[in-house]
Design a protein around this ligand. Sequence first.
Ligand code: SF4
Length: 183
Amino acid sequence: MNDWDKIAIKNIKTAPQPPEGYIRLSGPLEHDNIVNGDGLRAIIWTQGCPNHCKGCQNPETWDYNSGVLIKIEDILEELKKIPGQTGLTFCGGEPFVQPKACREISEYVRKELGWDVWSFSGFKYEQIKEAGGEAWEFLKSLDALIDGPFILSQKDLSLKFRGSKNQRILHLEHGTGKILSME
Ligand code: SF4
């Protein structure tokens, strides 16, 4: 394990969590989005990111104490009212620093609304797996993970859903987190 892995795993494990039943968001719920995953998607913009990638387009989402604390049940009520979506994507900020809150929403959406669930992460799949705990539980609730930090020197605007060449679209087996295929 290299130093980057050690720092990433520590950041996953030590991030301050929102109060039980709440999630910290950086922006309002979005819907009908076609650029953050397959199909027509609702988007949850989470607040807080320890990755601080050079060239990040949303540095205002880094602060763990900024954004707005919202009740998870209020988010679920809003999601229920959005017609015509095929999926939900968690964007950031860094969704994996609020894994318990994200998993609660992810499991509801999959079970009650029949949508698939994707998440972006500046962490790598392997780092999330090694960190375990709630982060790994959240990952297991997903259908796809777009992983890895944004690396400015590898920026490529032609990539589907991604900003830099190092990032991967990992299609996952729901419930186990097993990688089924990779783009
Ligand atoms: S992981 Fe995403 S939100 Fe966080 S610094 Fe990198 S590009 Fe920005």
